[in-house]
Write a protein of this length. Sequence first.
Length: 278
Amino acid sequence: MKFGIVARRDRMEALKLAYRVYDFLKISGFDVVVDEDTYKHLREFNEEDVLPLEEFEVDVIVVIGGDGTILRVEHKTKKEVPILGINMGTLGFLTEVEPHETFFALSRVIEGEYYIDERIKLRTFIDGEQKGPDSLNEVAILTGIPGKIIHLKYYVDGGLADEIRADGLIVSTPTGSTGYAMSAGGPFVDPRLEVIVIAPLAPIALSSRPMVVPSSSVIDVRNLAMTREVILTIDGQFYTYLPPETEIRITKSPRKAKFVRFSKEIYPKYTMKLKGRF
């Protein structure tokens, strides 16, 4: 078994834990690689074990950080590598264990005492060409001018779903339902489901409500304000401005995110984290 290690770069305790994980796995006889951004912030790792995330060829990636760090890993890795998330973030919906559980969790992985939790992702096409990384949480189409609304139509499988004047539109996976989509009034969606949430952001019309559609759906979005560009953002990590005439299409990606899990219970973890958020 070969491991990869990634840590958030702005917290020294995460970087130090990453080195302890690295040392533990090396002493245990495993091949280990560390991502180059982690190494730049803590140069105690052996330089020959340092690689860019894009070049990771490993069986498990140990990610020490919060959801943002996990999203960065998901966007940069080229293969569907299972992630063991160790929470060094605020809430850590995507992480599996707390820092004090790290080495017990690693021992369970080494012994094969875990299962893989697969999550759907979204793929975005701009004028027929794929744009940006696949989204684990959400794709958002937002006003490019703060305080100015945008005028959108969106279609599901070719049929007009709604026409809105709003601050934007959020298209979310079940994983992302606890994030931006929930702030826009969307529901919590059990992550075991394969559906897509479409949530208008601060719409003028009270009749414009969030909806849940099958994950097989093709979602097309058109900007009707011909003189106003919009911002496309993916997981809050990737941004681009789009001119008004741009054709935006969002579909389920053929790739999935994979997470190392030790328990199949969903609700105790999620409900407690949601209480912490609100």
